[in-house]
Design a protein around this ligand. Structure first.
Ligand SMILES: Cc1cc2nc3c(=O)[nH]c(=O)nc-3n(C[C@H](O)[C@H](O)[C@H](O)COP(=O)(O)O)c2cc1C
Length: 379
């Protein structure tokens, strides 16, 4: 199958993923909170950003190499952390880590992924970032940080936009509970997706949170009790200051929308602010994420790096975020749809879609460098 013809967009990959994975896994991946207004708010705001094309610029070639947090990547986008990625497709974390090195883009491992830091350590090269949720003791946090570092992760993402579980209605309708139920309906959901079942049998790993499991008394089903409610800590400024003291690599804070928060983080010595609303999964009545980027840039000044995510579905969206002040862009669902649809081949394909879309659109503008994109905004 020529994926360029059958699946020219991320939406095409999404549709195929939907047919390949059990309903509960798809709804977990695809849904947002409440009425899902957060998704539409982000989409509308991205679509509202236009550029003015320029002509007679000769043959331009977009230079997409991007130096970010001291490392040069081949593309200005990377892979965001996804909890339970290996549930959507067996071995997803390994496949994504391998692809990140092959394409030289960053790969983020969620602390609630199926794979542990050690599982993916052989595949991350220099490109692995690790995502951390607050835990309930300093000693536990320090033990985790030591382990993450030993596994080869040099960049830490501290996610702060999940103070509590959110209500995702589609997830509920799909019978997805925490901890998960192994009832007849769930089993039937799995059996109608034989390729997904086979992939799990081949991988030989029961989807569970392997990293968190190591820190709780009862393993397996219990560890799902939201990101291990058993070890969940309180996200506050004190926690952030302690983390900054303890982690000597790059520290990114993920899930920030309010400029005053970002300013305070910059003052606390944070290297990078990840501007995101978790793609509408946590709260649906906030601002469009893209509209916060320039405000946060103004609040933190030029020295602090900014990442954008939430709703990126085309290369053009990557350009929009870069033009609005992001230094780097991350995608969550797109990579998961791709791996669920076509495994490793799907990941290569989604990167190809994004890269060629950026190249085609930048040539329409006559732009060669992503740093020039803001010069092309519609007046
Ligand atoms: C199924 C799913 C699981 C996620 N799990 C995590 C997680 O464990 N940690 C985290 O920081 N963000 C998590 N996120 C948020 C993503 O990292 C990212 O912010 C978001 O998916 C970006 O929006 P996009 O999916 O529209 O690209 C998750 C998102 C999804 C869709």
């Amino acid at each position: 199958m020529d994926l360029d013809l059958s699946h020219p967009s991320i939406e095409d990959l999404r549709k195929t993923a939907r047919k390949r994975i059990p309903r509960f896994a798809f709804e977990y991946l695809d849904s947002a909170t409440g009425r899902e207004l957060g998704l539409q708010i982000n989409r509308d705001a991205l679509d509202a950003i236009g550029f003015m094309p320029s002509v007679l610029c000769g043959r331009t070639k977009a230079d997409l190499q991007t130096t970010f947090l001291g490392q040069t990547y081949d593309l200005p986008f990377g892979i965001a952390p996804i909890g339970m990625a290996g549930l959507m497709w067996a071995g997803a974390e390994r496949l994504l880590a391998q692809a990140s090195v092959a394409h030289n883009i960053p790969f983020s491992l969620s602390s609630v992924a199926v794979a542990s830091p050690e599982d993916v350590a052989p595949y991350i090269g220099q490109n692995g970032w690790f995502q951390h949720y607050p835990v309930n003791s300093g000693a536990l946090r320090r033990a985790m940080l030591k382990r993450i570092k030993a596994a080869g992760f040099r960049t830490l993402i501290f996610t702060v936009d999940i103070p509590e579980e959110s209500r995702r209605e589609r997830q509920r309708r799909a019978n997805l509970t925490v901890p998960p139920k192994a009832d007849l309906r769930t089993i039937a959901n799995m059996l109608v997706r034989p390729a997904w079942c086979l992939a799990h049998l081949r991988e030989g790993i029961v989807p569970r949170m392997r990293f968190f499991d190591d820190y709780i008394p009862q393993r397996g089903r219990e560890s799902f009790t939201h990101a291990g409610a058993l070890i969940r800590g309180i996200p506050d400024w004190q926690y952030l200051h302690e983390l900054r003291e303890e982690w000597d690599g790059h520290l990114i804070v993920k899930g920030v929308l309010r400029p005053q928060d970002a300013k305070r983080m910059a003052e606390a010595g944070i290297d990078c602010i990840w501007v995101s609303n978790h793609s509408g999964r946590q709260f649906e009545a906030g601002p469009a994420v893209i509209d916060q980027l320039p405000k946060i840039r103004e609040a933190v000044g030029p020295e602090v790096s900014l990442i954008y995510d939430s709703g990126v579905a085309w290369g053009l969206d990557v350009m929009r975020a870069l033009a609005k002040g992001a230094d780097f862009v991350m995608l969550g669902r797109a990579f998961q749809y791709a791996v669920a649809a076509f495994g490793a081949r799907g990941i290569d394909h989604v990167i190809h879609i994004l890269k060629t879309d950026i190249e085609a659109n930048m040539s329409q503008l006559g732009a060669e460098k992503t740093s020039q994109l803001a010069d092309y905004f519609l007046p």
